[in-house]
Design a protein around this ligand. Structure first.
Ligand code: JDQ
Length: 236
């Protein structure tokens, strides 16, 4: 049995195909991780497989019906079961996704993602789910996507590389979760072979073999880059 499980509910299951690639795909292939993608419409019972309706109070667009979502949750995680997933709902009104949240999600046994579309899901769905599971409404940033699917790909890519066993090396995952938060600084630029490429040189210090000088240079580059590009990270 896999150590960790992920269920994703969406009206566009094929959108989640990239999850089978690369790091995540290998963890799935090794049997360490289970990832199942479900079509929300399989929990409808009308001929048109309806998942949306017009918004109460008026306004543009359509809103997703709570009922198909509740059926999906009840099927995947029966209310009477003691094992419940962490429910992640991508939304522009959620709390901002961070490396810290990624590290927290990587420790969960079971994640269930609800990918909304249109203008989002009837707000009572998170009230209903919150009666028995921890619900996290998460935003990637201050821009509006067309739905939750791409947000799930982003969140899962950040989470998977921190999952114990997914990287194939628990120590490097733990180290990453520390260095990725970059002690609050952006990383210095990186270089590889050749030392001169199309007339452009790798900074001399990186070729010197002086580890102290290299660490000092990287630190100085980090501080300078952060000051120029992300001064907000230097507050405090
Ligand atoms: C959905 C939409 C207008 C929602 C429908 C479901 N960070 C982030 N940006 N956008 C999303 C997340 C997101 C997530 C899920 C979504 C957008 N939409 C479109 C359009 C109002 C609300």
């Amino acid at each position: 049995m896999p150590d960790q499980a992920v269920d994703i509910v969406t009206i566009f299951p094929e959108y989640l195909a990239p999850l089978r690639e690369s790091l995540l795909g290998r963890a799935i292939a090794r049997g360490q991780l289970r990832v199942d993608v479900h079509d929300l419409r399989s929990w409808t019972d009308d001929a048109h497989r309806t998942v949306d309706d017009t918004p109460y109070g008026g306004g543009p667009g359509m809103v997703m019906l709570a009922e198909p979502w509740a059926r999906a949750l009840d099927d995947l995680a029966p209310p009477e079961s003691s094992a419940q997933p962490r429910l992640i709902v991508p939304t522009p009104t959620g709390r901002r996704f961070t490396q810290e949240i990624a590290a927290e999600l990587a420790q969960q046994k079971w994640l269930l993602f609800a990918c909304g579309r249109y203008e989002g899901i009837d707000a009572r769905l998170t009230d209903y789910a919150g009666q028995r599971m921890v619900v996290d409404e998460i935003s990637l940033g201050d821009y509006v996507l067309c739905g939750g699917e791409v947000a799930v790909l982003v969140i899962m890519e950040a989470v998977a590389r921190l999952m114990p066993g997914v990287l194939g090396n628990a120590a490097s995952a733990a180290e990453d979760s520390f260095t990725d938060t970059v002690d609050g600084l952006l990383e210095a630029p990186v270089y590889t072979k050749p030392a001169t490429w199309r007339g452009l040189n790798v900074p001399e210090v990186l070729l010197s073999g002086h580890h102290g000088n290299i660490a000092d240079w990287r630190r100085q580059q980090s501080v300078e880059l952060t000051r120029r590009r992300r001064p907000d990270l230097l507050e405090g």
